[in-house]
Every structure is written in structure tokens, then in C-alpha cells.
Design a protein around this ligand. Structure first.
Ligand SMILES: Nc1nc2c(ncn2[C@@H]2O[C@H](COP(=O)(O)OP(=O)(O)OP(=O)(O)O)[C@@H](O)[C@H]2O)c(=O)[nH]1
Ligand SMILES: [Mg+2]
Length: 594
């Protein structure tokens, strides 16, 4: 099981640290037999905080006197365990919430967990009214840019492997935002916490610090802004200049009819853009450690110097991608025309419907067009996102970072599966997940033990690398893995797998094996597209068109509720209930009868 380091920055918290340490030990009791953990206190106090913390078994590190942010960074760097949890030392973060912050990492494989006042179940009721209002306004604004409901949280946990602490900026207090922006994570979870007031002692927060934190958010946004898009847009701008120059020159001096020279000029500009984007924008990294845009201030000279340094480093550590130029230029050309069409339609719409001045409408339209062109170039020409259904982390990525509708859909299915799988005591017991892939949904179910089985080795290795508590993953299927004990499992999951089998006999074989492995009365949860419903058929088709890299072409056995029910009943199961959200997918619960 993963080991845990709890990092606590302190400055003059002698009145709080004893109770806090005691609370942490109590909260960690369930973990102590299995896991290694440590408490690391980074102390900048002039009182007895360090002595008390040491007496309670914490490792105390002398702070550099450079503020809270730097103290947390030093704590992260000095701690040794695989999971890092950061919390305040003033008693405002309740140690009893620690297990709920660790659970998504240790049991469900999350990369970063944020203790949040603003998700369902979260609370900050102790706070004075004006502090609540101030906090809420700031937090809601921040949510627009970070997508996190509680960006101010200082109570968070993450896998050490997602971030290199030397990249974090110690001048801000909001280290959670630093980790969020700079870390390489896929799965992020917010869990509710109750945020209290500091118990004793004085606040160290100042207006100056709040201002510094706000500036840092702007820096983080610049840091995160897709620099390749800037390059693409600048090249587009240069292309526009070439276009007008060629258009004018060949019409005036080449004596070509302007209706024809328009096309020649467009082709010249597109070709120029294609070449520049190939050699500048969409280079691929040759080293893991690509240069970062390091901003040390906001002066024009500093900015220019940083930019030049960044570009030099970028060129040195990247090379142009190896692509088929015939296909590439075709796709680029088509994408550019799609962009032009969108620009035209937006311009007409804004001018005709809203009466906006036509040049302004066109300017707005060109913004839309450039994002569309960029996306097509990135995905279809220079093949940036190479993740396909066979990629080891495909399902994991789709669940946490997929397209918004995809994420929402997966969550709906996952919540029904969870509800069906758990027994009235809120647990599914021993769970067998057949064809688990790299999907997190089986892990959302409360279980005593979980066994994932999948014939694709890459996915199994990806899941194993998460090192989850009470979870095992085996490479294989019910035909190749031998289970000696019948009736061992309480719950079997067969989620979005049956449609991939090639023959009915194979489906029957799997269901018979599941029947054997389940205890009498045990649950079988099956989910598969509802191919008999209108929505199911169409969703499947659309899925095939828009997500070519995904699974649609593998769909072979196509069930409706009746045919699925018949098959499972044939194999010794009793139908209990089903849900067919929006008609597209069905989730069915069966029970084993003897
Ligand atoms: N090591 C170290 N810890 C600090 C420093 N400044 C603040 N802290 C600690 O950081 C945590 C948060 O500081 P607080 O003063 O509680 O700030 P706050 O939570 O925004 O404000 P209040 O709860 O209203 O006091 C506490 O555990 C402080 O002891 C510092 O300069 N060095
Ligand atoms: Mg505090």
C-alpha cells in the first residue's frame, strides 16, 4: 500500500499543534497496520511549537523564514512517502477528514484530492459573515479559470509522482493551485470538508499576501496558456499579410483576374502557414524536460528575454514531426476551409441578427475560425492526441478528462453500477470485475476486496501501477485464469464487455463461469449499449463517426433488454431490475439462483 506524508506548515501554533498531532494519529489508526506514514512539520515559530510537535512524534524541519508557500514546498521536498497530504496547523482543518482525502488516492487511484467547502456536504459555517462573502466571491471567480470549486483550499493530497516540487513557486500561499497547474495529473477529485476557524493564536494572512496570490494566478494562467496556439495564431497573422501582398501583386502586375488571383493567393498563404506550422508550431519533444516559460516579473524586457530563452530551448529540445505531407496538407487545406466557412457564417449572423458592424463581426468570426483551424491541425494533421482505445490509460482518461458529454455519461453509468452493486450495508463485498480495462468505475464501489481481470496487459499494468489498497489486477480472462474456489465472490461486474465478444457461445461461457464464482444470491451487474432502442443504435453510430479511435468497430454482440435478460436467465440468473438512462445504455442487475 502507498505510504503517506502529512505536511504541516506552522508559525507560532503552540496552542494548536498538540491537539492536531493527536487528532492525526487517531484518524490514521485504520491505516497503521498496513501503511507507512509520517508527520512533517515545517516550522518558522518563535514559540514552543517545534518542541511540542517533536514530543508528539512529528519530524520537525526548520523553515527558511520565507513564508507559508515556501514552507509547504520545503515540507514536500523533505518528506519521503508516495502520497503527500498538506494541511494547516491552526486547527481549522479537521484531522478526522484525512481518511476521506486519502481514500480517493489509496482506494480509487486518484492523482490529486482537494478538500472542498463548496461541494455537497462541505461546510464553513463557523466563519463570520463577511469572511464567507469575500471567500465565496473569490472562489466563484477562480472556479471559472481552474474548474475547481474550492481553489483556495489548503487541505489537499496528491501522488508525489505528479509534480516536481522544485517547479513550485514559494512566494504564493496557494500551493494547491501550483500543484494543480503544474502537476501531471489525470484524475482530480474534490471531497467535502468542514472548514473551521483557527483554534487559538493569531492569523498570519495579510492583504499584501492576498494581492501576491492574485498576481500569481495570472502568472499561472499565462504559464498554462497553450503556447502552440499563440504560435499558430501569429503564423496565421503573417499568412494574412502574405495573402494580401500576393493577391494585390498578381492582380495588379500579373494581370490576372482578381476572381482567380484570390484562389492563388489563398493557396500561397495556406502553403506558407502549413510549412511554418510544421517547422515551428507542431514540433515533437525529443527530451522529457522541455524548457518552461519562466516569468520572474512583468517588465517588458524581462518578458522578452524569457520568451527568447524559451524559444531557443524549445527549438533545441524538439524536432518536426514525421508525417505524410500529402495527407497532412489535404487535411490542413480542408480544415482551413472549414474555418473560413465558420468565420463567414459567424460574420453574417452577428451582422444580420445583432446589427454589429461587419468588420467587428468578422473579427469575432476569425477568433472562432482560428480555434477550429488550430484544433483540426492539432488533431488531424499533426496527430497530437494519439490516445486510442488500446492505449493503456484510455478509459481512465475518458472518465476524468474526456469530452464533457463523455465524462458526464460515464459518471451516470458508474453511479448506477455502484448503486446496483452495493448491498444494503453500503458494501459490495468481494468484487470481481471482468474486463475491467483501465476504467475507474469499478473502484468507485465500496468493496472489501476487488479483483480486476482483463486480457489487455497494458491496461492491467496501468491499473497495477496505481498500487491500490485491497485491489488486485490479473492479466487474462475467465477462460485462462483458474479460480479454485466456487462461490467466492459477492458481486460480479460485466460492464461494457459483452458487446465485444464475438460469439454467443463465448458470452454463455463467461456467464456460466460467473455463475460458478458467485455465492448463491450474489449479484451480477451487466452494462451494454441498448441496441434495440432508437437512442442506443444512433449513439453507437455517432460514437463510431466522432470517435474513430474508440471502441465502436469492436461491437459485435448486440443486445436489447429482452435478449440480454433471456441469455442471463438461461445461465442461471434471476433478473432483478434495470435502468436505461436516455435509452442509450442499459445497466441490469441479476441475482444468482441455484
Ligand atoms: N512555516 C510557516 N508556516 C506558516 C507561515 N505563515 C503561516 N503559516 C502556517 O500556515 C497555516 C495557515 O496560516 P493562517 O495564519 O492560519 O492563515 P489562514 O488560514 O489563511 O487565516 P486564519 O485561519 O484566519 O488565521 C498555519 O498553520 C500557520 O501556522 C510561515 O511563514 N511559515
Ligand atoms: Mg488558518
Amino acid at each position: 500500500m502507498l505510504s503517506v506524508s502529512i505536511c504541516i506548515p506552522t508559525r507560532n501554533e503552540e496552542g494548536n499543534i498538540k491537539r492536531l498531532n493527536q487528532g492525526i494519529y487517531d484518524a490514521l489508526i485504520p491505516y497503521t497496520p498496513e501503511s507507512k506514514y509520517e508527520i512533517v512539520v515545517v516550522d518558522d515559530s518563535t514559540d514552543k511549537t517545534a518542541t511540542i510537535a517533536r514530543a508528539f512524534g512529528a519530524r520537525v524541519i526548520k523553515g527558511k523564514g520565507m513564508g507559508l508557500g515556501q514552507a509547504i514546498i520545503d515540507g514536500i521536498a523533505a518528506s519521503q512517502n508516495e502520497v503527500v497530504l498538506v494541511m494547516d496547523g491552526d486547527g481549522s482543518h479537521d484531522p478526522q477528514a484525512i481518511p476521506s482525502l486519502l481514500k480517493p488516492i489509496l482506494d480509487q487511484g486518484a492523482d490529486i484530492v482537494i478538500g472542498s467547502r463548496y461541494v455537497k456536504g462541505g461546510d464553513y459555517s463557523n466563519w463570520a459573515f463577511n469572511r464567507k462573502v469575500k471567500s465565496l466571491v473569490g472562489v466563484k471567480l477562480m472556479q471559472l479559470v481552474t474548474g475547481v470549486r474550492d481553489s483556495n483550499s489548503g487541505f489537499f493530497a496528491f501522488r508525489r509522482s505528479i509534480v516536481d516540487s522544485s517547479m513550485l513557486n514559494g512566494k504564493t500561499w496557494k500551493i494547491m493551485l501550483e500543484v494543480l497547474f503544474k502537476g501531471k495529473w489525470i484524475s482530480k477529485v474534490e471531497v467535502p470538508i468542514t472548514f473551521g476557524d483557527r483554534q487559538t493564536g493569531e492569523s498570519k494572512r495579510s492583504t499584501r499576501q492576498v494581492f501576491k496570490d492574485a498576481i500569481n494566478v495570472i502568472r499561472l494562467l499565462i504559464w498554462k496558456f497553450p503556447k502552440r496556439y499563440v504560435s499558430f495564431a501569429v503564423i496565421g497573422g503573417i499568412g494574412a499579410i502574405s495573402y494580401f501582398a500576393v493577391f494585390w501583386a498578381i492582380t495588379e502586375y500579373g494581370h490576372i483576374w482578381y476572381g482567380a488571383s484570390y484562389f492563388i493567393a489563398t493557396m500561397v498563404a495556406m502553403t506558407q502557414n502549413y510549412i511554418m506550422n510544421h517547422f515551428i508550431t507542431f514540433r515533437e519533444p525529443t527530451s522529457h524536460n522541455i524548457g518552461k516559460l519562466k516569468l520572474k516579473g512583468f517588465g517588458v524586457i524581462t518578458l522578452c528575454l524569457a520568451l527568447v530563452k524559451y524559444v531557443m530551448e524549445y527549438v533545441r529540445k524538439t524536432k518536426p514531426r514525421n508525417i505524410n505531407h500529402l495527407k497532412g496538407f489535404g487535411a490542413y487545406f480542408a480544415g482551413s476551409w472549414v474555418g473560413e466557412l465558420v468565420e463567414y457564417l459567424v460574420m453574417i449572423f452577428l451582422t444580420e441578427v445583432f446589427g454589429i458592424f461587419y468588420l467587428l463581426s468578422d473579427f469575432i468570426g476569425s477568433g472562432f475560425s482560428s480555434v477550429i483551424k488550430y484544433t483540426i491541425a492539432r488533431k488531424k494533421v499533426w496527430n497530437d492526441d494519439k490516445r486510442t482505445a488500446s492505449s493503456p490509460d484510455y478509459e481512465w482518461h475518458a472518465f476524468y478528462k474526456g469530452l464533457p458529454w463523455q465524462k458526464r455519461w460515464k459518471r451516470i453509468i458508474a453511479s448506477i453500477v455502484k448503486e446496483f452493486a452495493e448491498y444494503p450495508d453500503g458494501e459490495a463485498g468481494r468484487v470481481l470485475d471482468v474486463g475491467c480495462g483501465a476504467s475507474p468505475q469499478g473502484l468507485m464501489i465500496n468493496h472489501s476486496d476487488y479483483l480486476g481481470l482483463d486480457p489487455r496487459e497494458g491496461k492491467i499494468n496501468f491499473m497495477k501501477s496505481k498500487d491500490l489498497r485491497k485491489c488486485w489486477f490479473i492479466h487474462g480472462d475467465l477462460g485462462t485464469v483458474t479460480f479454485t474456489e466456487d462461490g467466492f465472490f459477492d458481486t460480479v461486474l460485466f460492464i461494457e464487455v459483452i458487446e465485444h465478444l464475438s460469439e454467443m457461445d463465448e458470452a454463455r461461457f463467461n456467464l456460466h463461469q460467473m455463475h460458478r464464482l458467485l455465492k448463491t444470491g450474489g449479484k451480477l451487474v451487466v452494462a451494454t449499449p441498448n441496441f434495440e432502442g432508437f437512442m442506443g443504435k444512433w449513439m453507437d453510430r455517432l460514437y463510431g463517426i466522432f470517435q474513430r479511435n474508440a471502441y465502436q468497430k469492436e461491437h459485435q454482440l448486440k443486445f436489447g433488454l429482452e435478449s440480454l435478460r433471456e441469455l442471463c436467465e438461461d445461465c442461471g440468473f434471476e433478473y432483478v431490475k434495470s435502468e436505461i438512462p436516455s435509452g442509450a445504455d442499459m445497466v441490469c442487475l441479476f441475482r444468482k439462483v441455484d
